[in-house]
Design a protein around this ligand. Structure first.
Ligand code: 13P
Length: 250
């Protein structure tokens, strides 16, 4: 079974109700031919998941969240569980984004627990990994990402999980690795995912590239072997840019 590519938009802490017009516009441009080539989802802030559901469903887009708590419910003021996100209409949740690892001290152990929580609730986790600039310059990129995969993926996860390789130094900077570096890393990621999950499950796992994906570089990046789609930040806020990236798969 070939893997169906996935292009996911991570809106981060951006978007108000007025931004839902962009979701509607994405749906209009997402025609039947494109739907047969690529799956599209938007991960808006949690506040917009419920409000976006109608436009997303009408347009054939899926919805994801950007984080979840490890518990299903309980005394955790301000937190949101995977079950709550599922209840709102989400089908995916990003876990372990480098901004959460940095801003909230999320360790591989926490990320793994969040991925397990997502699976418990019936959500597909998008588990993020990626090295810093200093780590790449020190020749440690593969070692760092290998450790993150070992630590952040539940060992019993199914092939429906998604892994996103997002080099920290490429996020929001306009910088991207060379296609050769992306190819080397994504091949390595699939090997390490197989070592972690076993049983040939890694063949079904989609490995996304994230970090300064734009309409201008999408075709080149998405045609690299073992790149099964993109996790897009800034360029996912506007339908025109996000759909131009998705068009790489037409
Ligand atoms: P940019 O596309 O804005 O570089 O962000 C990438 C990212 O962090 C997606 O999760």
């Amino acid at each position: 079974m070939p893997r169906c590519p996935l292009v996911a938009g991570n809106w981060k802490m951006n978007g108000l109700l007025a931004s839902l017009a962009e979701v509607a516009a994405m749906g209009t441009a997402y025609d039947a031919a494109l739907k047969s080539k690529v799956e599209l989802i938007i991960c808006p802030p949690t506040t917009l998941i419920g409000p976006a559901l109608e436009a997303a469903t009408q347009g054939g887009l899926g919805l994801g969240a950007q984080d979840c708590h490890v518990a299903a419910n309980g005394a955790h003021t301000g937190d949101i569980s995977a079950e709550m996100l599922k209840d709102l209409g989400a089908s995916y949740v990003i876990v372990g984004h480098s901004e959460r690892r940095a801003d909230h001290g999320e360790t591989d152990e926490i990320v793994q627990a969040k991925a397990a929580a997502a699976l418990r609730a019936g959500l597909k986790p998008i588990i993020c990994v990626g090295e810093t600039r200093a780590e790449r310059e020190a020749g440690q990129a593969l070692a760092v990402v290998g450790r993150q995969i070992e630590g952040s993926l539940p060992a019993d996860a199914p092939g429906t999980i998604v892994v996103a390789y997002e080099p920290v130094w490429a996020i929001g900077t306009g910088l991207t690795p060379t296609p050769a570096d992306v190819a080397e890393m994504h091949e390595f990621v699939r090997e390490r995912v197989e070592a972690r999950l076993g049983g040939g499950k890694s063949e079904a796992v989609r490995i996304l590239y994230g970090g300064s994906v734009k309409p201008a570089n999408a075709r080149e990046l998405m045609s690299v072997p073992n790149v099964d789609g993109a996790l897009v930040g800034g360029a996912s806020l506007k339908a025109i840019d996000f759909m131009a990236i998705a068009e790489a798969y037409r």
